[in-house]
Design a binder for this molecule. Structure first.
Ligand code: 4NP
Length: 171
């Protein structure tokens, strides 16, 4: 994974509505990054416009809260072409989201676009499914899948940061 021009990763999580999975991913990543001392920017968006301006789903807020993460003040927005220049990494929660992202992508966007679980050994290509029509248990399972994946991301960014510092100090 590369680094942004301001030398730390700018991560964007993308689902369909930006009210369930991607706000949970944003909160979980921010929490894990802060705990690990990783400097990063993080945001989330939806590929669809249905929930622009809305707070996350109350079930997502509740599950995040149970894990000490406050996502209650996040506000839904739709992916925009600028996101492909201001983000270093764009992570789709499922494959339909990946297609939706590509539909919005400018030709010369600089962000790396991938499925979130592609970062997790053994889970490559595996979607994190939409819990919107499910129950609390579905939200719990989805939180746990998201939390595991974002912790892997944080570790990878930290490892890359160490490698970069090592190369610079070795000159
Ligand atoms: P999300 O879940 O993509 O994880 O935010 C959904 C939220 C809303 C809808 C679908 C999925 N919807 O159809 O309104």
């Amino acid at each position: 994974m590369g680094e942004g021009t301001d030398s730390f990763p700018a991560v964007l999580f993308v689902c369909l509505g930006n009210i369930c999975r991607s706000p949970m991913a944003e909160g979980a990543f921010r929490h894990a990054a802060a705990k690990a001392g990783l400097a990063a920017r993080v945001d989330s968006v939806g590929t669809a416009s249905y929930h622009i301006g809305e707070a996350p789903d109350p079930r997502a807020i509740r599950i995040a809260n149970e894990h000490g993460v406050d996502i209650g003040s996040l506000i839904g927005r739709q992916i925009h072409r600028d996101d492909f220049y201001t983000s270093t990494h764009i992570f789709a929660l499922d494959k339909a989201n990946l297609q939706g992202i590509k539909a919005h992508a400018p030709r010369d966007g600089t962000a790396q676009v991938s499925l979130l679980n592609d970062a997790v050994e053994g889970l490559e290509g595996r979607a994190i499914d939409d819990p919107y029509y499910g129950d609390e248990e579905d939200f719990r399972r989805v939180w746990s899948e998201i939390d595991s994946a974002v912790k892997v991301l944080v570790e990878r960014f930290l490892a890359e940061g160490r490698a970069a510092r090592f190369i610079v100090s070795g000159r």
